[in-house]
Each structure stands twice: as structure tokens, then as C-alpha cells.
Design a protein around this ligand. Structure first.
Ligand code: CMC
Length: 431
């Protein structure tokens, strides 16, 4: 059988240039243009990487048109329904669902890395109380490389594994510390008898002066939020982690880079932005005004929590998140939440309005996760921190896959240069 190829004719010149077409196990084929520059002296131009596969990966598959999300082949709906977060972590990291013994061992190893070096607590006091917790996360996670030197040698598989477990285990502790610092309460140490999600709620909401019992419905909701955010293929923050890691930087520094990227409102910051938008709208009768603004080309306003670069159908995670959101509101007895009323009406309008239908702008996961996290008791500034906590495993799995790929090279995109051409320096007195 002849190998499929793509032919490129430049300006009618012959011969044509021929490139291999690579087939994945599912999803679009890709044209391998790695030799394009050598063959033609030209680069490709694709701002925002809308048509560019930056790597080969076996971790996550998304079909944005059909609204499908698979981790290692397993649909996100099934993982969120039947599994827990640490099982999803194991799957992302090692490629298979764990056996009972493997799961117990993994849970034990993660659970016994939950404490952070006591000296790290001093970092927090260096930040202003009103600092955004994502700013604190960027700093403290980056600083982990200053504490855990014994797991920064990326050429050693054992050190890579220890660094991975440390980050998955310590991220909830650091996130909870960022929260406690933010609200002016003492840090709460992890409790290893609790599940990953329950432990996180405990570290956030327990106080030394009274007992705190984790509500299992809320712990399950937290678990779901973590599973739904665990990985999402080559998004901006994951690509940032890969690019940072491609230079050989240590994993703690790479994850700090991912956190910085995630902070932006077009990415992980959207859940915070969505809730702020619901507050700004204020009441259901003001929705049409905001819908008009979202459609107005001359107004930069966008409906936060709507639209996705990849999903041009209902985000499968948003469906599960919507259900979880209602479970949490039911459990907490929140019936008449004005923000929820606005959210439901916005959703209804956006799903029936010609503009949103034509542009395939469906509610995304951030739309519902914001409302759920607010009901769980988190301030909006913590929303993106929780996203970072959950996404850490995805970043690590993708980083690990890249490091273990023998074809891996430093990431180094090229450019279309449109600046000034050569000119001679003019002394300041003559300008
Ligand atoms: N509200 C109103 N119009 C929108 C929106 C929106 N939320 N999103 C996209 N559009 C319009 C946009 O104006 C453009 O219109 P036109 O074709 O007339 O110029 C068209 O839809 C395509 O938009 P785009 O910006 O070219 O699409 P993109 O793939 O570059 O952007 C996005 C994707 C997520 C950045 C964008 O939809 C957006 O800004 N949404 C709001 C922020 C948000 O909710 N982000 C969370 C993403 S999901 C979480 C994650 O994975 O990080």
C-alpha cells in the first residue's frame, strides 16, 4: 500500500513538495511538515495554533464537533460517574485504570506526600493579604523547586515519579493555604484518613475552634470538579508546561508556568469571570442588554463561560457540571439564588438565539463550575486556583509523556517577521 502524502505546489513551480500524512488512532490526520523549511525555505503561519498539532500524545482525545472527551480512551462521563480523582490521576499518568492493589498503593503514596515543608509556610507571610491567590500559587509552586531538590533531575525516572506524586499530593495543601492566608485564618494540616477531595475541603473550611465534618455530597461534588478539570489535551496552559519543560526546566518550575498561563480570563480565569459577569448583570431583566452587547462587534464584551476553541457542541463536562451544580444547590437548600436564575436564563437564551447557534457558542464547564464553587463556599478569587489544583495531574502527565518521548526537542516556533529591515544606529543627539 502506498503511503498517503500531501503535495504542495508553490507558485506553480515544479517539482511539487511531498509530505507524509500521519494517522492517529482517531481524529483528523496530520500533514508532517517538519521538513518544510529545509525543502522550501518557507515556514507555516498559524496564529493561535488553530490547525497545528504541536506534539504526538496518547493521553486525551477531544472531538469538539461531537462533544466527546476521552482520557486514555475512557469517556469523561464514565470516569466522573464511577471513579474518583486519584483513579483518574493514575489513568492519566500510567495509561491504564489501576487494579485494586495498584490503586491502594497509589492512594497511599499520594496521601503520604500531602504535607509541605514547614518552612514553606513562611513564604505566605511575604505576600500581601489581598494578593490574588493565583499570584500566591505561581510563587509558592515555583518555589517548590527550592525545597525538593532531590526530585528535580528530570533525567532520572524515579525523581520524575517522586516530583509528580509530590505535586499531585501537595497542590491541595498549598491551595488551601493560599485560601486560609487570603481569609486570615490559620493553616489547617492535611488529614490523611480523608479522601483527596474531602481532605481539601477540610483544609479549607476547618478551623481550630470547632469540629468540621465533611459533607459527603459536597466532597463528591468537589471530586467531580477535580475529575472534570484533570486534563484537556493541548490547551494553552498544557502547551505552556510542555514548552517550558522542553528546555529541560524542572517540573515544579514548569507547573508554575502552567499556573501563570491558566490565570488568564480566556482560559482558567473564565469561571471567576463568569461569576463576576452574573453579578454585573444583576437581574434577569437586564440579560437582553448584555446579550446585545455580546453580539455587538464594536463592544469587546463577551459572555464569559460561553464558547470554546475546540468544542463546537455542548461541552460534555458542562453537562456533568450542570447536574453536580444542582445536586450541591439541593443539598445546601439553595433554592432562590439570583445568580443561578440569571445563569439558567442566560443558558436558555444562548441555546435558542440565532447568534449563539450560528457561532456554536455553548455554555462551557466554567459556566456551571463557578456557581457550584460559590455554593461550596469558595470566594471567586479561588476558582482558578481549584482549576489549577485539578489540572496539575494533566500537566504532569503531558510533561512526563514529552520527557519520555525520544523524539522530544526544545520547542522553538518561528515567525513571520514584519518589522523594520536593517537600518543603522542613529546617535541620540541626531534623532
Ligand atoms: N460571547 C460572545 N461572542 C463570542 C464569544 C462569547 N463568549 N466567544 C466567541 N464569540 C464570537 C467571537 O466574537 C467571534 O465572532 P466573529 O466570528 O463574528 O468574529 C466568534 O464567536 C469566534 O470567536 P473566536 O474568539 O474566534 O473563538 P476562539 O476559538 O478564538 O475563542 C474562547 C474561544 C473560549 C476564547 C472564546 O469563546 C471566549 O472568549 N469565551 C469566553 C471566555 C471563556 O468562557 N473561556 C473559557 C474557555 S473553556 C475553559 C478552558 O478550557 O480553559
Amino acid at each position: 500500500m502506498t503511503k498517503p502524502t500531501a503535495k504542495l505546489e508553490i507558485g506553480g513551480e515544479s517539482p511539487e513538495h511531498e509530505f507524509d500524512i500521519l494517522k492517529g488512532s482517531v481524529g483528523p490526520d496530520v500533514i508532517n511538515i517538519a521538513s518544510l523549511y529545509k525543502d522550501t525555505g518557507m515556514f507555516t503561519y498559524d496564529p493561535g495554533f488553530t490547525s497545528t498539532a504541536s506534539c504526538e500524545s496518547k493521553i486525551t482525545y477531544i472531538d469538539g464537533d461531537e462533544g466527546i472527551l476521552l482520557h486514555r480512551g475512557y469517556p469523561i462521563e464514565q470516569l466522573a460517574e464511577h471513579g474518583d480523582f486519584l483513579e483518574a490521576c493514575y489513568l492519566l499518568l500510567y495509561g491504564e485504570l489501576p487494579t485494586k492493589a495498584q490503586k491502594e498503593d497509589f492512594d497511599y503514596r499520594v496521601t503520604h506526600h500531602t504535607m509541605v515543608h514547614e518552612q514553606m509556610t513562611r513564604f505566605f507571610t511575604g505576600f500581601r493579604r489581598d494578593a490574588h491567590p493565583m499570584a500566591v500559587m505561581c510563587g509558592v509552586v515555583g518555589a517548590m523547586s527550592a525545597f525538593y531538590h532531590d526530585s528535580t533531575d528530570i533525567s532520572d525516572p524515579h525523581q520524575r515519579m517522586v516530583a509528580s506524586l509530590r505535586m499531585i499530593a501537595k497542590m491541595p495543601t498549598i491551595a488551601a493555604m493560599a485560601y486560609k492566608y487570603h481569609v486570615g485564618q490559620p493553616f489547617v494540616y492535611p488529614k490523611n484518613e480523608l479522601s483527596y477531595a474531602a481532605n481539601f475541603l477540610h483544609m479549607c473550611f476547618a478551623v481550630p475552634c470547632e469540629d468540621y465534618k465533611v459533607n459527603p455530597v459536597l466532597a463528591r461534588a468537589m471530586e467531580r470538579i477535580f475529575i472534570l478539570h484533570a486534563d484537556h489535551e493541548q490547551n494553552a496552559s498544557t502547551s505552556t508546561v510542555r514548552l517550558a519543560g522542553s528546555s529541560g526546566a524542572n517540573p515544579f518550575a514548569c507547573i508554575a508556568a502552567g499556573i501563570a498561563c491558566l490565570w488568564g480570563p480566556a482560559h482558567g480565569g473564565a469561571n471567576e469571570a463568569a461569576l463576576n459577569m452574573l453579578s454585573e448583570i444583576g437581574s434577569v431583566d437586564r440579560i437582553p442588554e448584555f446579550i446585545d452587547r455580546a453580539k455587538d462587534k464594536n463592544d469587546p464584551f463577551r459572555l464569559m463561560g460561553f464558547g470554546h476553541r475546540v468544542y463546537k457542541n455542548y461541552d460534555p463536562r458542562a453537562k456533568i457540571m450542570q447536574k453536580t451544580c444542582h445536586e450541591v444547590l439541593g443539598e445546601l437548600g439553595i433554592k432562590d439564588d439570583p445568580q443561578l436564575d440569571i445563569a439558567m436564563e442566560l443558558e436558555r437564551i444562548a441555546l435558542t438565539d440565532e447568534y449563539f447557534i450560528e457561532k456554536k457558542l455553548y455554555p462551557n464547564i466554567d459556566f456551571y463550575s463557578g456557581i457550584t464553587l460559590k455554593a461550596l463556599g469558595f470566594p471567586t478569587t479561588m476558582f482558578t486556583v481549584l482549576f489549577a489544583l485539578a489540572r496539575t495531574v494533566g500537566w504532569i502527565a503531558q510533561w512526563k509523556e514529552m520527557i519520555e518521548d525520544p523524539k522530544q526537542k526544545i520547542g522553538r516556533p518561528r515567525q513571520l517577521y514584519t518589522g523594520a529591515t536593517h537600518r543603522d544606529y542613529v546617535p541620540i543627539a541626531k534623532r
